[in-house]
Design a protein around this ligand. Structure first.
Ligand code: CTP
Ligand code: MG
Ligand code: K
Length: 179
């Protein structure tokens, strides 16, 4: 049980860290270029920026590469089950999927009339995860690394971890609100 939880967290780290890196690197030109949707509200809002996206992607890739090194160093294999370049493509899919899911979440929030930075329970915590899973499932070795148990464990544990991590980011004054 604990092993499944820890494995799920380990596998999902390249999907978790992009949003934290985005908080640090974000700012500047918004991805929606400041434009409104047909409903007169912003398409995505100022919380989704190119710099945040690119920093997040770089951060997710870096996380995966470090994890791969740690596995080789300490002699266990989750990602190192597959060759490095193949793992690198999986890190990309997890990070990119995470950021794309976060953008999709903002799009939905704006359509629901929820302002940038306002919380949307469950949506905020699962948007990035669902799209990260979908993107990762495009990888040929997806089922060598993910199991149905780790996938379900990820869905259960992520909202809890998300709250914990955002609260820490808030305490560290990286975020203005604890969600
Ligand atoms: N961020 C960014 N670019 C992204 C994602 C995040 O610049 N693609 C930065 C922004 O500074 C954002 C912060 O990370 O404010 C926190 O991300 P998030 O909570 O997803 O954004 P919110 O500001 O809460 O906006 P939204 O309501 O649209 O989720
Ligand atoms: Mg937010
Ligand atoms: K979000």
């Amino acid at each position: 049980m604990l092993e499944i939880l820890l494995t799920a967290i380990w596998i999902l780290l390249p999907a978790y860290t992009p949003n934290n890196f985005a908080v640090i690197t974000g700012g500047g030109k918004p991805i929606d270029l400041g434009k409104n949707f047909v409903d007169g509200k912003r398409i995505l809002g100022n919380g989704k920026t190119f710099r945040g996206f690119l920093g997040g992607l770089a951060g997710g890739l870096l996380t995966g590469v470090i994890q791969y090194r740690i596995e080789l160093l300490f002699g266990f294999s989750v990602f190192s089950e597959i060759p490095f370049l193949s793992a690198l493509r999986l890190f990309f899919l997890l990070s990119f999927g995470s950021l794309a899911g976060d953008i999709a979440g903002s799009f939905i929030k704006r359509r629901m009339g929820i302002e940038r930075g306002e919380k949307a329970p469950l949506l905020d915590q699962l948007d990035f995860l669902v799209v990260a899973y979908l993107m990762a499932s495009l990888h040929e070795s997806f089922w060598e690394i993910f199991t149905p148990e780790t996938i379900v464990a990820g869905i259960i544990i992520t909202p809890l971890l998300h709250r914990l991590i955002n609260y820490l980011a808030y305490l560290l004054r990286l975020k203005n609100v604890p969600w």
